[in-house]
Design a protein around this ligand. Structure first.
Ligand code: GLU
Length: 282
């Protein structure tokens, strides 16, 4: 028997939700209903500097205002650092992580390529440090991040595929190849934050037995890393569905920094939940 379909909406509480988030949430709840399953809420707040409890409360208020409900308790990532550390340590014990001491500016100066998000691709500089040098610099307390040795990881896993569904989530799934190598050696842990978005998300999707991950197309390429981590950690891989993005008048993804109005702003100017649904095609 196939498992009970479980989906999740996983915002980061670093600001108020806008129409792009509303689309993603409404879409996730609609997919859950098409599949006869349940949508969960997960709070992705591992970046404790940028994430604030007041935004978590505001997210819940906005989602309830839209008419969405979820089972309790809500998984809050900042309460689960020990589990992410344990997953990271499993990779470290298999010699798949290495310490990197490069600053952002150094990486920008060294890089000759970009990753799928357009950021400078880390050229692997610290992969070649000797053990003595690593121990020395760790001992000195230099700022450090731990990167996945992606080439070595792929040598162990071989070619990877994942399953994609959509635009109708009940449609026949397609198999796609993952190409994590285009992200280079991603950071999985850093001093002060012993995990990363990539590591936490795969641990939680597995722990919550998520069967379908619905996320925007802007997250499509990052899924390659998740599929690699799932294989390395022996975790199941859910089905993936990538939905369209809500763009502003200039064709850019909505974002707070570009002045997109939040749902709270829209509500204050008289929008109703039905107006939001109509605007987004629900
Ligand atoms: N937390 C991520 C965000 O707010 C998305 C999570 C995911 O789909 O994996 O963009």
């Amino acid at each position: 028997m196939s498992p009970n379909p479980l989906l999740r909406f996983a915002p980061s509480p670093n600001g108020r939700l806008h129409l792009g988030h509303a689309y993603s949430a409404l879409h996730t709840w609609r997919c859950a209903s098409q599949l006869g399953g349940t949508a969960l809420l997960r709070i992705e707040d591992v970046d404790v500097e940028r994430c604030k409890p007041e935004f978590t409360a505001a997210i819940m208020e906005d989602l309830h205002w839209l008419g969405l409900d979820w089972p309790e308790p809500v998984l809050v990532q900042s309460k689960r650092f020990d589990l992410y550390v344990e997953a990271g340590d499993r990779l470290r014990n298999r010699d798949l992580l290495y310490p990197c001491f490069c600053s952002r500016a150094e990486i920008a100066a060294q890089a000759t390529q970009t990753d799928p998000d357009g950021a400078p691709l880390y050229p692997g500089t610290c992969k070649h440090l000797s053990t003595t040098e690593q121990i020395d610099r760790l001992g000195r307390g230099d700022p450090v991040q731990f990167r996945l040795n992606t080439e070595e990881a792929l040598a162990r896993t071989g070619m990877l595929t994942f399953t994609v569904v959509g635009p109708l989530i009940t449609d026949r799934p397609q198999i796609r190849y993952a190409r994590p190598e285009r992200w280079g050696d991603v950071v999985l842990q850093r001093k002060g934050t012993p995990t990363s978005y990539h590591l936490s998300v795969v641990v939680d999707d597995a722990d919550q037995a998520i069967t379908h991950v619905t996320r925007g197309r802007d997250m499509e390429a990052a899924t390659d890393i998740h599929v690699l981590l799932q294989m390395l950690l022996g975790l199941p891989s859910p089905r993936y569905h990538f939905h369209r993005l809500i763009l502003d008048g200039e064709g850019r993804k909505l974002s707070k920094s570009k002045g997109s109005p939040s749902l709270a702003d829209l509500r204050a100017s008289g929008w109703t939940p039905d107006d939001v649904r109509r605007e987004l095609g629900f």
